[in-house]
Design a protein around this ligand. Structure first.
Ligand code: PEP
Ligand code: MG
Length: 538
């Protein structure tokens, strides 16, 4: 029987399904005489759940970084919440009800209340209160916490996974994930991609308890799910699996190797990241550095301007994860398609050509200087560089450097440590910057070409508009010439030049980039080893 869902994390899997049922739906109301004892039972289970969550926070922090473990700390706090506790106790006392029913009822009520709130952050707590309450109910029912680790690897299936569950998954015993609900950016999908577990979501009601224990073959790329597959169907998936395994195996040869052609021409292969977890991925994929840390994700994930300390912690964490490999932090590239409400940016007719990136930073120096301070402070903990996006004119770079000098002066005055030689580079992603790259090269320590924007501005093709695909020739000679000009001008001034746009991963152009003299390519972490293979084979 074949089903079709949304493939959100690549890879294939064949195995037995373990369906995780929703325990809370099945709790029955039992009458109890000794309500005082029942309150004690509840409090005992609640305390144990809190301890488990504390342990989970520690192991998750180690496995996936502090940001992912924060949620369990929030869950722990929810269990301490006096309103929640009192609501459960009141239900036990007034209704002579068993603790598990009281918890389940209270969770339902709190969850509905959260869901109806205006604030998005509070709405998101609706799932959390159900998640923590489920843990308490399981303890009260004497069940093991939902088992997410198995002796034999299984395909885990559920209506959806709570964040705490996905974070506990063991890569070794989880073949794949299947869910009835979920979206491409749900926790389930994000965790699956981060951990490299194949996943198909959005299978709807057809995915239910009756799938438990059955054989399944699935493809996390196409979203194809085959229940009780025939030998021939299994063989077809195995075939794809063998191809993927062989390819992965082959890539292993390139781990730890220099990215050099047969003639001995080298190029650095760096990774593009958006957060600390991606930095771990950059390391596991053997990236030689981070060529683009899109710092704006810190801003996009926040409800308000992230503080200097919040930013400092994030930059420092990335610098430390990358050990002595270079980390290029791009300053805020907000505006155009990346909007954060609290910036209160004016509505624009043409936002891609409007107030974005460095332009905002120069108009709001305090926001910019806060970020620069955080970056400079982080530079004391690894090899850090800073990069300015969306440059068109010399004066912008000069003004940004003046602001950086003010920040350094402040730090000096306060005796704060930082790397005095921290390189300052720019993105070359406007035709103007490419054309005057000879002048710009005298102002900075390196260039990184942002081909995504350079292509949109050079070809006058909006990168968000899919209907213009036919006009968006990514190999257009105009763009390639601008790249060549930029590289030449960089080298003439004695600085290096990389590419951090998507074009960097285009293996059809690798030979050409090397011929042009490009010094570095920065690509998504999983693209690093395939690209190194390509370089070494040239
Ligand atoms: C680019 O424009 O090529 C680039 C790397 O930056 P972003 O995609 O974030 O605009
Ligand atoms: Mg760009």
């Amino acid at each position: 029987m074949e089903y079709s869902g949304k493939g959100v994390s690549k890879g294939v899997a064949i195995g037995r399904i373990h369906y995780i049922s929703q325990v809370m739906d099945k709790v029955e109301k039992r009458t109890v005489e000794d309500t005082q004892n029942e309150v004690k039972r509840f409090e005992g289970a609640r305390a144990l759940a809190a301890t488990q969550l504390g342990e989970l926070a520690v192991t998750t922090a180690k496995k996936l970084g502090k940001k992912n473990s924060l949620l369990f700390e929030i869950h722990q706090m929810m269990l301490e919440d006096l309103d929640y506790r009192e609501a459960v106790r009141a239900k036990i006392r007034t209704e002579n009800a068993c603790a598990e029913w009281a918890v389940s009822e209270t969770a339902g009520e709190f969850s509905r209340d959260f869901a109806q709130m205006d604030d998005e952050y509070m709405q998101a707590r609706a799932a959390d209160v159900l998640d923590v309450s489920r843990r308490v109910v399981e303890i009260l029912l004497g069940k093991q916490p939902r088992q997410n680790t198995f002796d034999d690897p299984v395909i885990l299936a559920a209506g959806d996974f709570a964040p705490s569950e996905t974070a506990q998954l063991e890569r070794e015993t989880t073949l794949a994930l299947l869910t009835a609900g979920g979206s491409a950016n749900s926790h389930t999908a994000i965790f699956a991609r981060t951990m490299g577990i194949p996943a198909v979501i959005g299978l709807g009601d057809t995915l239910n308890e009756s799938w438990d224990g059955r054989q399944c073959a699935l493809d996390g790329e196409t979203g194809r799910v085959i229940l009780d597959p025939t030998e021939a169907e299994i063989e077809a998936i195995r075939q794809k699996q063998r191809q993927q395994e062989a390819y992965k195996q082959e890539l292993e040869k390139y781990r730890g190797r220099e990215s050099k052609t047969r003639q001995g021409k080298g190029i650095k292969l760096f990774a593009n990241i958006g957060n600390v977890q991606d930095a771990d991925l950059a390391m596991t994929n053997d990236a030689e550095g981070v060529g683009l840390f899109r710092s704006e994700f810190l801003y996009l994930e926040s409800k308000d301007y992230p503080s200097e300390d919040t930013q400092f912690e994030a930059y420092k964490a990335v610098a430390q994860v990358m050990q002595n490999r270079l980390v290029i932090i791009r300053t805020l590239d907000i505006g155009a398609d990346k909007q954060a409400a609290y910036f209160n940016l004016p509505a624009e007719e043409n936002p891609a050509m409007g107030l974005r990136a460095l332009r905002i930073c120069l108009q709001r120096p305090e926001v910019f200087k806060t970020q620069l301070r955080a970056i400079y402070r982080a530079s004391a903990f690894g090899r850090v560089a800073v990069m300015l996006p969306m440059v068109t004119s010399l004066w912008e770079v000069r003004r940004a450097k003046e602001l950086a000098a003010e920040v350094r002066e402040q730090l000096d005055g306060q005796g704060v440590a930082y790397d005095r030689a921290m390189p300052v580079g720019i993105m070359v992603e406007t035709p103007a910057a490419a054309v005057i790259s000879d002048l710009l090269a005298k102002e900075v320590d390196f260039f990184s070409i942002g081909t995504n924007d350079l292509t949109q501005y050079t070809l006058a093709v909006d990168r968000q508009n899919q209907s213009l695909d036919a006009f968006c020739d990514t190999h257009h000679e105009a763009v390639l010439r601008l790249i060549q000009t930029t590289v030449n001008n960089a080298h003439a001034a004695g600085i290096w030049c990389g590419i951090c746009g998507e074009l960097g991963a285009d293996e059809e152009l690798t030979a050409r980039f090397i011929e042009m003299g490009v010094d570095e390519l920065s690509v998504t972490p999983p693209a690093v080893l395939p690209l190194r293979k390509r370089v070494c084979e040239l």
